[in-house]
Write a protein that binds this ligand. Structure first.
Ligand code: NAD
Ligand code: UGA
Length: 458
């Protein structure tokens, strides 16, 4: 069968895999290939054991794989054969040299641009899917055209707004798709080609277009605004605990104002995930680059509050458990950075586990999907850490339970049974405010939610 277009995505991660699977699923007329340098990852995309857990992903991949969706490591051949190339390689925070700890590390991005230039034999539309500093498209254009091989390139920005755990739903029914382009006739033509791809399933009014720099910047700003809401409510959670207020009641009252809105106001042990911190640091770095230090300080505050919230959680545990955690068995319920994903990147549970080990506690970790990643994250740590699949076994013999991830299954646990199996006095620290705090207190637990005064039996 002849395909209408050949689309390539470089980078088969949390974004590249699901995004391209959705395009292939919705558009059988296109041939979609996803490539990666990581052979093991590609082998898993071609197997029944996909490299990432995401509700609904298996079905979407299985429907299209082998028909018009392909996973491959033959990057050079696929570059040559494709008309449209999405780039969704990782852009972590730079860990070395100038801008270390703040700027985006663009080495994977730069390498990909050079590889495209080397192997392109015909016109290509390059789509920035990764989250990038503003003006990256210009750098990309300069690399692509640094050697005149007679091939034309148009660079577009098309940031991805999916959240892990709801990626398939977000891709199928996005709030918006954003496409930034140069405002030249060639740029606008390339933009229209990408609009046509999304228009196969996204209503036209939700496909919005802008200039390329606005598009790049909008992605960083969208994540900064989302994280800012969490830090705002988390800062108030600290005050609620002192002032006998209940942060969920405050969030409800504030969020019912339609100008504020009620989403993303769940106080927690802190936000995690691979992007919020990295993207805000990147925004801060760009602001400092332009000498906008007040603006940089403002956004840096979002991260400072998040660090404060995680540290506060540990100090509270220490305080109420009689100022020592040494030799005490403490069970972390959940390790993923949020529910419905196995991803643990920047999970607050990593911080909490490390701090507990510093306090010489005996840490037990349970999670339905993230235990492999948890083992990897904590492998360099000494101290006593164990990984247990069954939550009842994990809790047995513990002095305290700390909820790290809002997995639905934790709400339905038999806490009377758990209480009986624990060492007394038994504590619950609910870092996600998902449990029935009154019910737990009645069972006999000493209960410490986020943003509500704790209750003890002593
Ligand atoms: P990831 O680390 O899961 O995947 C990136 C992939 O790129 C890896 O598999 C890596 O092997 C591959 N890669 C790196 N260099 C390569 C090269 N030269 N050639 C081929 N493959 C190469 O990262 P991710 O979570 O998918 O994020 C990718 C980008 O998307 C980042 O910029 C991120 O900020 C952004 N983003 C992520 C999310 C998310 O939910 N994870 C959401 C929106 C945007
Ligand atoms: C986030 C954004 O929501 C996506 O739009 C964006 O595309 C993505 O980052 C990205 O660029 O990578 P994600 O990190 O997958 O998505 O998940 P979120 O649902 O945003 O949660 C992030 C963290 O905030 C989690 O640790 C979550 O538990 C926490 N959170 C979220 C709260 O503590 N309270 C809330 O009210 C909401």
């Amino acid at each position: 069968m002849g395909f209408e277009k050949r689309i390539l995505c470089i980078g088969a991660g949390y974004v590249g895999g699901p995004t391209m699977a959705m395009i292939a699923h919705k558009c059988p007329q296109y041939r979609v290939t996803v490539v990666d340098i990581d052979h093991e990852r590609i082998a898993r995309w071609n197997s029944d054991d996909l490299p990432i857990f995401e509700p609904g992903l298996d079905e979407v991949v299985k429907a299209a794989r082998g028909r018009n969706l392909f996973f491959s490591t033959e990057i050079e051949r696929e570059i040559e054969a494709s008309e449209i190339i999405f780039v969704s390689v990782n852009t972590p925070t730079k860990a070395f040299g100038a801008g270390a700890g703040m700027a985006a590390d663009l080495q994977y991005w730069d390498r990909t641009a050079r590889q495209i230039r080397e192997h392109a034999r015909s016109h290509k539309i390059i789509v920035e899917k990764s989250t990038l500093p503003v003006k990256t498209a210009q750098a990309m254009e300069r690399i692509l055209t640094a050697e005149d091989n007679g091939v034309g390139f148009d660079v577009l920005s098309n940031p991805e707004f999916l959240a892990e755990g709801t990626a398939i739903k977000d891709l199928e029914d996005p709030d918006r798709v954003l496409i930034g382009s140069r405002q030249t006739p060639e740029g606008l033509k390339a933009r229209d080609t990408l609009v046509e791809i999304y228009a196969n399933w996204v209503p036209r009014e939700r496909i919005i277009c802008s200039n390329i720099w606005s598009s790049e910047l909008s992605k960083l700003v969208a994540n900064a605004f989302l994280a800012q809401r969490i830090s705002s409510i988390n800062s108030i959670s600290a005050l609620c605990e002192k002032a006998d207020a209940d942060v969920q009641e405050v969030a409800r009252a504030v969020g019912m104002d339609s100008r504020v809105g009620d989403r993303f106001l769940n106080a927690s042990v802190g936000f995690g995930g691979s992007c919020f911190k990295k993207d805000i640091l990147n925004l801060v770095y760009i602001c400092r680059h332009y000498d906008l230090n007040e603006v940089a300080d403002y956004w840096e505050g979002v991260i400072r509050i998040n660090d404060f919230q995680k540290e506060r959680f540990i100090l509270n545990m220490l305080d109420v458990m009689f100022n020592t955690l040494a030799q005490k068995r403490i069970c972390l319920l959940g390790f993923a950075f949020k529910a419905d994903t196995g991803d643990t990147r920047e999970s607050p549970a990593i911080f909490v586990a490390k701090r507990l080990v510093e306090e010489r506690a005996t840490v037990v970790i349970t999670d339905p999907k993230a235990l492999d990643n948890a083992r990897e994250d904590l492998k360099e740590l000494g101290g006593e850490i164990s990984f247990v699949e069954d939550p009842y076994q994990a809790c047995a013999g513990s002095c305290a339970i700390a909820v790290m991830t809002e997995w639905g299954i934790y709400r339905g646990l038999d806490f009377e049974r758990i209480y009986r199996s624990m060492s007394k006095p038994a504590f619950v620290f609910d870092g996600r405010n998902i449990l029935d705090h009154e019910g737990l207190f009645q069972i006999g637990f000493n209960v410490f939610p986020i943003g509500k005064p704790g209750r003890t039996h002593f």
